[in-house]
Design a protein around this ligand. Structure first.
Ligand code: BG6
Length: 480
């Protein structure tokens, strides 16, 4: 895989319109990401942010809101720099379904371009509940705010957060709508897992080293375990979650994208056109789970007390945990199970991908319970960020006993003052530059839904097991 040498980039000015600027995602992720990009000079051109939300804010009030949100970060910088950052913020109040605010927004964008002195790339970030997506898309189109001209340097781009639909049909309907209103190159479907430094490194690690390459297939790999376990519960998202569940929330997107990173072919070049096609090919080969196989391929759970969480109003059948065994219809991966597992209110926070290699055909290892003598390679994503290779070696001394040892690479240990950019910094950085490599294509989204939707339709038949909050999940997880 060839990485492009970064060419110095002279971006046109950028105008970022954030729908839902006062919301949770904006406060926790987008505004801090923007600050870090600004502070580390990664926003290489002048920029403006126009917040769009229902609250009534003046320009001073939105700046005060941003100042308060980023209090700790701004306090650590000098006052002038903080002020220069805040001076870029403007605001447009409006209901998503009214026409007038979009006309006012268009006027604000024009003013901003005049102040910036050049045509700008305008990015529309939908950080709002998915029920409003269609309304906002239509209004952006009808008002002419989104420019569908062909100049890719300065064109308008639309960034959409997941969930992108809730099953095959709704995702298709949403895409048809989008396809009708805008061009595919303008649509950036966010899966923030793709933008994580450690997730990108799966590709670079696989395709820049030879050592694992010859055994990266069914002959060398016994199984792959992909985990996203969280100690957190609902955190105020009970209403959204009880209607969504774990499989839709993180399975259809983050975990399947991790699987694609592990199983995809070498894209040859690190470019959107190549990488996205290879990821989509993997997702298109996910083997449908038959009805008879479902009970053997799935464990579903719900933590005790979920039904009493604020906002959880209906459907006590929502899963907060799942474990799913997935196979690929691909001769390279024939018979290799990919185990996807995720849960809320678990004992620890842990996101990682573990590759279990097959045993050597002839070994000195006793191969008993204490000595499984299996090699593993782990990509650690959270809370530690690194790569670990485990192997077996002789214990020092006169006996011939062997023990498990590990080689470990820790991103944080590279240098104490180097910070890993947050995924949302990467999302914004790439969107400004017009690079769609780390955004999901329509083919990927649909292939993932085509696999997940039949499971969602049938899996109510699989018992929903309760599990203790702060534990390891439902008992029968051990059967997969
Ligand atoms: C989000 C889900 O997409 O990903 C959340 O909606 C989940 O429920 C989160 O907590 C996990 O992301 P991260 O980056 O914290 O691992």
């Amino acid at each position: 895989m060839k990485n492009k040498t970064p060419t110095p980039y002279t971006a046109p000015p950028t105008i970022l319109v954030i729908f839902g600027i006062t919301g949770d995602l904006s406060r926790r992720k987008l505004l801090p990401a923007l600050w870090h990009l600004f502070y580390t000079n990664q926003l290489s051109a002048p920029f403006r942010v126009i917040g769009f939300a229902r609250r009534d804010f003046s320009t001073d009030e939105i700046r005060a809101f941003v100042r308060e949100t980023l209090d700790d970060l701004l306090a650590a910088a000098d006052k002038n720099t903080a002020q220069r950052f805040l001076d870029n913020f403007f605001y447009q109040q409006g209901q998503f379904d009214a026409a007038a605010p979009y006309d006012a927004l268009a006027a604000r964008i024009k003013d901003a371009e005049q102040a910036l002195g050049a045509p700008a790339t305008t990015i529309f970030y939908l950080s709002i509940a998915p029920v409003h997506y269609e309304t906002v898309f239509q209004a952006l189109h009808d008002s002419g705010v989104v420019d569908v001209a062909t100049d890719t340097r300065t064109q308008s781009r639309i960034l959409v957060e997941k969930p992108f639909g809730r099953d095959t049909e709704t995702a298709q309907a949403l895409d048809e709508k989008l396809g009708h209103l805008f061009r595919e190159e303008q649509i950036y479907r966010i899966d923030h897992y793709l933008a994580k430094e450690t997730v990108q490194n799966i590709l670079n690690f696989r395709f820049s080293n030879f050592i694992f390459e010859p055994i990266w297939n069914k002959d060398g790999i016994e199984k792959v375990h992909i985990e996203l376990l969280e100690t957190l519960g609902m955190e105020g998202r009970g209403a959204f979650y009880s209607d969504t569940g774990a499989l839709r929330d993180v399975g259809q997107n983050h975990l399947l994208q991790l699987l694609a990173m592990v199983a995809m072919e070498n894209p040859g070049q690190y470019e959107a056109a190549h990488v996205r096609v290879k990821r989509a090919e993997v997702l298109a080969r996910l083997r449908a789970v038959s009805e008879t196989d479902l009970a053997r391929s799935v464990v579903r759970g719900q933590y005790e007390g979920f039904a009493k969480e604020p906002g959880v109003t209906h459907d006590p059948q929502t899963e907060t945990y799942f474990k799913l065994r997935v196979f690929l219809d691909d001769p390279v991966w024939e018979g290799v199970p990919f185990i996807l597992e995720s849960g809320k209110r678990m004992r620890k926070d842990l996101t990682r991908v573990t590759i279990y290699f097959k045993h050597a055909s002839r070994t000195l290892c006793p191969l008993d319970d204490d000595h499984p003598c299996q090699n593993t390679l782990t990509f650690e994503i959270k809370p530690t960020e690194g790569i670990t290779v485990s192997f077996w070696a002789k214990k020092p001394g006169f006996s011939n006993e062997i023990e498990q040892r590990a080689l470990h690479f820790d991103y944080r240990a590279r240098s104490t003052d180097e910070r890993l950019p947050d995924a949302y910094e990467r999302v914004l950085y790439d969107a400004i530059r017009g690079d769609q490599t780390l955004f999901a294509s329509t083919e990927e989204v649909h292939a993932a839904w085509r696999y997940i939707t039949p499971i969602l339709k049938e899996w109510q038949k699989v018992p929903l097991e309760p599990y203790a909050p702060g534990g390891d999940g439902p008992e029968s997880r051990a059967t997969l």
